[in-house]
Design a protein. Sequence first.
Length: 335
Amino acid sequence: MHEGQTIKNYKALCAELEMEIKRDNSKKAQIKELERYIAYHKEGHQIIIDEIYDEPLPKEDGRGKSEGSRNNNTVFSDTIKTLLLHMLASKNNHQIKKTKNRILMDMHAINSNFSFCSEYVKATAEHLNIDRHIVYDYFSTTRNMLHQKLNTALNQLSKKSLIHYQQIIMVYDGSHREATTEEVKNILELERELLDEMGFEEINHVRESAKWKKFKEQIENRVQRHVGVTFYYQAYDIIISEKYIEREYQKMLDWILEEEEVNEYLIFLNNTVREKLIINAKKRKRKKGGKMEKTRRRFDYENKMNDLVAGTIPQHSRDIANEIRYKYLNDEDDV
């Protein structure tokens, strides 16, 4: 390495210095250590060496700081944040309007089977020969965990004023668009009315019950009659701070990862989700008490959880959703 040298990107820098390629906070710590030895600046992904110090700068004492004690949960959230910023910075309008599951699917945290199978639990259970209660438990706990991780990442980015986000209702009436204020009011009134009729306090409660299909059909019919749209759904509206774009445009460009880096993050997140779901299933099986204890004590609970993970998380799983559509969705029975 020499002063004035241009290095293609971070990966090439690691090859030049025979360093391990790292991610997120491990990468930040590695770069911080490197900055004791050299001064550099970036032009896009390129790294230009400005100066190589004769003596390394003093090492900062990081004791007592949380940065030095990162755990898997933090790495999980950091990976989601990195991919979110890349997705936003790569878009011309720096904005995303998508459902939670669509965002998670774009990040390879889940595959295309997940959303469909979580909506049609009974058919999924029958098709995969898994007890329905195990399937309910899998989708309920997995959805809660992944949505919580996504919300945590969004909240952290929002607190730093890097993004603004809000939950919105989208409708379809020939095209997908954000619902008007009046449409939102009407939809909420119809939901509350139907929840009361069916004896549920929250939509999440009915989602985890055997009456979810009935609720979906009835609310869709009422929305078509009273709101005049074909269907509606919850989504996130996420945008990079306009002030940030103006002040630190160059840094925003650094959020745009190279293709190889994107693939590494996607693979890492997918593997992390799979590992965490299997670990969580083992923990639930050992835990005593709760309404799901009998289901979780079943001898085949862990094996069936592994089957569900294999079908709904890896990116190259077979298309279970299409198989279920073809085999079950024309039946009159509740799917």
